[in-house]
Write a protein that binds this ligand. Structure first.
Ligand code: SF4
Length: 652
C-alpha cells in the first residue's frame, strides 16, 4: 500500500507495513492425508465429530450458535438411560482421540439407553440409541473413510446423521449412505415423469445416468404417467436411496379439495411399503403462517407447500400433515423411512429470502423434528431455495440451532435470479457456500430449472455442478483425505501425464475430447499455451522443482492419442468447432494409423496443416492421410527446427 499526498512533489513514499504470515487458523487439519504440497491447514473450525460443529466453518459474529439439544433429549417414553461403566469404557476404547497432531478431535459421548421390555428396534436411530452398530453403519464408515462405525452410530443416535435405508429397499440393491455434516457432502438428483413427458424406462435410464454422474440419492418427483409402477421400478433398480413427495400421488385423479386424512395415510403407507427411503412431508407450513406470504414477490414456490396452503384455505383447517404427524411418524418408523421435512415456504426469489414466513416455518420444522425423534424416526430438514450470497451462512446456522443439528438438505440455493438457463451455475455457487456453512446434502439444480423438464444432458450438467460444490466444500472444511484426489490430479498435471490426467478427471471423456480438439498428441505441452510458453514444461526443466518428476506419474514417450470414443465424438460434434471431416479423422484412427509415420506422410500432413491455416474448413477429410507417430517439439525432440515445424503443424 502506498500513499501520496496531493501537495507532495517528491518521489512516492511507501508506507507498506511489514507483512506477517499469520493465516486465520481455527484448528482444522490439512484435508490431504499426506499433507502434500505447501498449502497450510484448512481455515475451517477444528473437527468436532461427536459434537455439534462436526466439520464447520468458523461462525461469523452474530451467527446463531448450535442448539444445546440433540436427539438424546427427545427420547420415546419408557426408555431409560443405562449407566454401564464397562460398556462406556468399551465405547471409549473405539474412539480415536487426536490420533496424530492436526487430525480431527473426536469426542463421541458414549451414551446408551435401554428400551422398555418387548420393544423391537427397527430404525437406524433406535439401534444407535441402544448402542448397536448395524451393518448399514459399518458400510457407511467403510464408504466415508474418515469415520469409524462407532462414530457413525453416535452421530445417528444424536440425530445429526441419517442413514436413509428402508428395510424393503435394503432387500433389493440399496448400498447405504449417510447424510450428516460429519460425513462428506452428498448430492441429490431429481427425476420423474411429468404429465407431458412420461416413460418408466426413460426414468430408469435417467436414474442410472444420475448415479453415473455422482448422485448420492435420487428423488422420484413424478407427476404424470403410472406413478406407482414408475416408483416401484425405480426403487427396485436403484443402488442409491430414493426419496419422494407423497402428496403428488395423493392428488392424481382427484380434486385437491377431496384430499382426506385417510387418503394421506394410505398413500404414505403404500410408498413406505414399496421401499421409499425418505419422504418429503410439508407439515411445517401452518395456517397461521399464510398471512406472512401475502407481500412476497413470488408467494409460495414449493409444489407441496402451495397445494397444502390451498387445501387449508379451502377447508378452513390446519395443515393435515401437521395434524397427522404422529400417525405419519408411526408409519415411517415401521419401514425405517426417514423424514425430509419439507420447507413449503422456502423463498422463490432473492426478494423473499430469510423472511418471516420462512423462519416461522423453520421453527415449526424444529418442533416436528423433536416429535419424530421421540417416535424413533430419522429426520433431515429441507432448506431454501433462492438466497443472496451474504445470507447463506445465517440460513444454515439458524437451521442448525432450531432443528438441533438434524442434517440440512438444501435446494441450491440460487444466489441470483437473472440467469435462467444457467441456474446450475447460479445455484452451485450458493450450494458450495451452503455446504461449507453446514448443509449436509445439496439438491441439484439443472440448466432447465424454472424452464422445463430436465433431459439427459441437463441431469449430467446438474450433477457435475453439484459434485463440484460438494467436493469444494469438503476440501474447505478440512475433511480428512478430501483433497487426496486433487493432489493426485495435480501430480499428473505437473508430470504432463495426460493419460493419468484424464483418468483422474471426474469426466474423462469430456477432458480428453477437449484436449484432442486442438492437439491429438499427448506430449509435454497442450494447445493452450503451446510448447514455448508451457510453464509446466519449463518448470519440469528447473531442477529445483521436484513436481512433475514423480516416477509414479511419469508420462512416457509422447504419443498420438487413441481414436475418439463414441462419447468423445459426440462431445466434439455438439461443440461444432471442428469440421465433420476433422472429427471423422480423430474418430477413425486405427492401430496402423498410429504407427511410425513415414517422412512422406509427415510432409503431407505438414502441407495439410499449412492449408488448414489458410482455410479452417478444408483440413483433413475422410481421405486425408491419418496421423501417425508424432514428432512434437518436446523434451524428447531436441532438434528445435523440427520441433517448431511439428508444433506449427499441430497447432495452426
Ligand atoms: S501449455 Fe499451458 S495449459 Fe497446457 S499444460 Fe502447459 S502450461 Fe498448462
Amino acid at each position: 500500500m502506498t500513499q501520496h499526498s496531493p501537495d507532495e512533489t517528491g518521489p512516492r513514499r511507501s508506507v507498506r507495513e511489514p507483512f506477517f504470515y499469520h493465516p486465520p487458523f481455527h484448528g482444522a487439519g490439512n484435508p490431504s492425508t499426506d499433507e502434500q504440497g505447501t498449502a497450510p491447514p484448512s481455515f475451517a473450525l477444528r473437527a468436532d465429530v461427536g459434537g455439534p460443529y462436526a466439520f464447520s466453518s468458523p461462525d461469523t459474529p452474530g451467527m446463531p450458535t448450535p442448539s444445546a439439544y440433540t436427539a438424546w433429549d427427545f427420547m420415546p417414553s419408557g426408555w431409560t438411560r443405562v449407566e454401564d461403566e464397562k460398556r462406556q469404557q468399551e465405547l471409549r476404547s473405539t474412539i480415536r482421540i487426536e490420533p496424530t497432531p492436526g487430525a480431527p478431535f473426536i469426542a463421541v459421548p458414549p451414551r446408551r439407553y435401554a428400551a422398555p421390555a418387548g420393544f423391537e428396534a427397527v430404525t437406524q436411530l433406535e439401534h444407535a440409541r441402544l448402542g448397536v452398530v448395524t451393518p448399514q453403519m459399518k458400510r457407511v464408515a467403510e464408504r466415508e473413510g474418515h469415520l469409524t462405525p462407532e462414530q457413525v452410530r453416535a452421530e445417528v443416535a444424536a440425530g445429526r446423521m441419517i442413514i436413509p435405508a428402508n428395510r424393503v429397499h435394503l432387500s433389493y440393491k440399496l448400498d447405504p449412505i449417510c447424510i450428516g455434516r460429519a460425513g462428506r457432502t452428498k448430492i441429490n438428483a431429481n427425476l420423474g415423469a411429468s404429465p407431458v413427458s412420461s416413460n418408466v424406462n426413460e426414468e430408469i435410464e435417467k436414474l442410472n445416468w444420475a448415479v453415473r454422474w455422482g448422485a448420492s440419492t435420487a428423488m422420484d418427483l413424478s407427476t404424470g404417467g403410472n406413478l406407482n409402477k414408475c416408483r416401484e421400478a425405480i426403487i427396485r433398480a436403484s443402488t442409491v436411496p430414493i426419496g419422494t413427495v407423497p402428496i403428488y400421488s395423493m392428488i392424481i385423479g382427484r380434486r385437491l379439495e377431496d384430499l382426506t386424512h385417510e387418503i394421506i395415510l394410505a398413500e404414505i403407507e403404500n410408498q413406505a411399503r414399496q421401499g421409499v427411503d425418505y419422504m418429503t412431508v410439508h407439515a411445517g407450513l401452518l395456517r397461521e403462517h399464510l398471512p406472512f406470504v401475502k407481500d412476497r414477490l413470488i408467494g409460495i414456490v414449493s409444489r407441496g407447500g402451495s397445494l397444502l396452503a390451498k387445501w387449508m384455505l379451502d377447508h378452513d383447517r390446519q395443515n393435515p400433515m401437521y395434524e397427522l404427524w404422529d400417525e405419519i411418524c408411526d408409519i415411517l418408523r415401521r419401514y425405517d423411512v426417514a423424514f425430509s421435512i419439507g420447507d413449503g415456504l422456502r423463498p422463490g426469489g432473492l426478494a423473499d429470502a430469510t423472511d418471516e414466513a420462512q423462519l416461522r416455518e423453520l421453527e415449526t420444522l424444529g418442533e416436528l423434528t423433536e416429535r419424530a425423534w421421540a417416535r424413533g424416526v430419522q429426520v433431515m430438514i429441507e432448506g431454501p431455495g433462492h438466497i443472496p450470497f451474504d445470507q447463506i451462512e445465517y440460513n444454515m446456522k439458524i437451521a442448525r440451532r432450531l432443528c438441533h443439528g438434524a442434517p440440512f438438505y438444501v435446494l441450491g440455493p440460487l444466489v441470483t435470479d437473472v440467469f435462467p438457463g444457467y441456474d446450475h451455475i447460479t445455484s452451485c455457487i450458493g450450494a458450495t457456500a451452503a455446504a461449507y456453512h453446514g448443509a449436509a446434502m445439496l439438491c441439484y439444480v439443472t440448466p432447465k430449472e424454472h424452464l422445463g423438464l430436465p433431459k439427459k444432458d441437463d441431469v449430467k450438467q446438474g450433477c457435475i455442478a453439484y459434485k463440484i460444490a460438494a467436493h469444494a466444500a469438503d476440501v474447505a472444511l478440512g475433511i480428512p483425505g478430501a483433497r487426496d484426489w486433487d493432489d493426485d490430479l495435480t501430480r499428473a498435471r505437473a508430470a504432463l501425464n495426460w493419460e493419468k490426467h484424464f483418468e483422474l478427471s471426474f469426466d474423462p471423456e469430456t477432458a480428453r475430447a477437449l484436449h484432442d480438439e486442438d492437439l491429438d498428441v499427448d506430449t509435454d505441452f497442450c494447445a493452450m499455451c503451446g510448447h514455448d510458453w508451457c510453464a509446466v514444461r519449463i518448470s519440469k526443466e528447473i531442477q529445483a522443482f521436484a513436481s512433475g518428476k514423480d516416477e509414479a506419474y511419469a508420462p512416457g514417450d509422447p504419443k498420438v492419442s487413441a481414436a475418439l470414443t463414441g462419447e468423445q465424438k459426440r462431445i466434439l460434434e455438439e461443440r461444432g468447432v471442428l469440421s465433420p471431416e476433422e472429427i471423422h479423422r480423430l474418430a477413425s484412427k486405427t492401430k496402423e494409423a498410429m504407427s511410425v509415420e513415414s517422412d512422406e506422410a509427415t510432409e503431407r500432413r505438414s502441407d495439410e496443416g499449412k492449408a488448414r491455416a489458410g482455410s479452417s474448413s478444408s483440413a483433413g477429410g475422410a481421405d486425408a492421410e491419418p496421423p501417425s507417430k508424432p514428432a512434437c517439439h518436446s523434451d524428447y525432440v531436441p532438434e528445435p527446427e523440427e520441433a517448431r515445424r511439428v508444433q506449427e503443424q499441430h497447432m495452426e
